[in-house]
Design a protein around this ligand. Structure first.
Ligand SMILES: Nc1ncnc2c1ncn2[C@@H]1O[C@H](COP(=O)(O)OP(=O)(O)O)[C@@H](O)[C@H]1O
Ligand SMILES: [Mg+2]
Length: 304
């Protein structure tokens, strides 16, 4: 049985018992490699000029479907605490050795509409509550840059501009937000053809490394295009240390998920988040399950 089939089986097993049980064991550290050399020492650069600060207005995010109703926020916060925990530890070396490039986390899914953008921003907000972490949320869904649009940065220079103009300091394109530990890099400007080419180019690997190495406490969360509908998503997966695949419960057909996971086969750290959003977040629950890097036990987050 392949690792993908095992992952699906585990996912299905956990799906059959949505009893809100406590989170499963932490990922073990055993097989994790030593600290990523590129992350040392912390950047000696001073604070870069940056793009104008923006507000993460909760009302705007909520109207765009990127935040749940106010009354469900506490429950969602609890769920995201469970989801982020096994991602943070190897990203910053908290209690376990750092995973190479583990601080670069891609939020992926097989198809569009499975909750990548929702997960990316809610994970970023949850990570930003951790005082030891600075979070950079990157809109890498260049074909459908929903986050950039919702945050009023649909026309702002961003990722694509930094990829095109290699001499440009990408830090100057990053927008601080009213959440002090969270900043945002919009998708930027470019034709769809150029976007695909740029994201799949070797430049993306260099840029991702630059973004991650800027600050030792930084975790970069990439919202991304769907794995099965674009080629750039697979390319992005190759440059990050951790991939989180969002699966929409009762929606993503199993063969579709398997095809998406096949694209990621061989990646050292792939996790699944089952995102069930039936009517309200109160009826949503997430299961977190990771494989790779000895993550062999399912971990369940939340439960309603
Ligand atoms: N956990 C959730 N709870 C409530 N609504 C959700 C949840 N996840 C996704 N949605 C909704 O599903 C739709 C698609 O989500 P989105 O994040 O835009 O998907 P993607 O980025 O994968 O295309 C959005 O309208 C979003 O509001
Ligand atoms: Mg999206």
């Amino acid at each position: 049985m392949s690792v993908v089939e095992k992952a699906i089986r585990k996912l299905q097993e956990s799906k059959q018992s949505p009893g809100g049980t406590p989170a499963g064991p932490e990922p073990t550290a055993g097989a994790m490699p030593a600290a990523h050399p590129g992350a040392e020492p912390p950047s000696a650069r001073g604070p870069a000029d940056h793009a104008p600060a923006i507000s993460l207005d909760r009302g705007t995010l909520r109207s765009a479907g990127l935040l749940p109703p106010e009354e469900d926020m506490n429950q969602l916060a609890r769920q995201y605490r469970e989801i982020k925990h096994p991602l943070v530890a190897p990203a910053i070396g908290r209690g376990v050795p750092r995973t190479p490039k583990g601080y670069l986390i891609m939020i992926a899914s097989a198809m569009t509409g499975e909750g990548k953008s929702f997960t990316a921003i809610n994970l970023a907000l949850s990570l930003a509550r951790d005082k030891d972490i600075r979070v950079l949320l990157v809109d890498a869904d260049v074909a459908k840059p929903q986050l950039s649009h919702v945050l009023g940065l649909g026309d702002a220079p961003g990722l694509l501009d930094a990829l095109r103009e290699v001499e440009r300091d990408v830090e100057t394109l990053i927008h601080p937000t009213d959440v002090p530990t969270l900043s945002f890099l919009p998708a930027g400007r470019g034709s769809p053809e150029e976007a695909t080419e740029l994201l799949a180019s070797g430049r993306m690997e260099r840029l991702a490394a630059v973004l991650g190495e800027h600050d030792r406490a930084r975790i970069v969360v990439f919202d991304s295009p769907p794995l099965l509908q674009t080629t750039e998503s697979a390319a992005l997966a190759r440059v990050v240390g951790q991939v989180v695949v969002v699966v929409r419960a009762q929606s993503t057909p199993q063969p579709v998920l398997l095809d998406a996971l096949k694209i990621l086969e061989g990646h050292p750290s792939v996790s699944l988040v089952l995102n069930q959003s039936v009517h309200t977040v109160a009826s949503s629950y997430y299961y977190y399950y990771g494989y790779g890097n000895e993550r062999s036990e399912p971990s369940k987050a939340g439960g309603a």
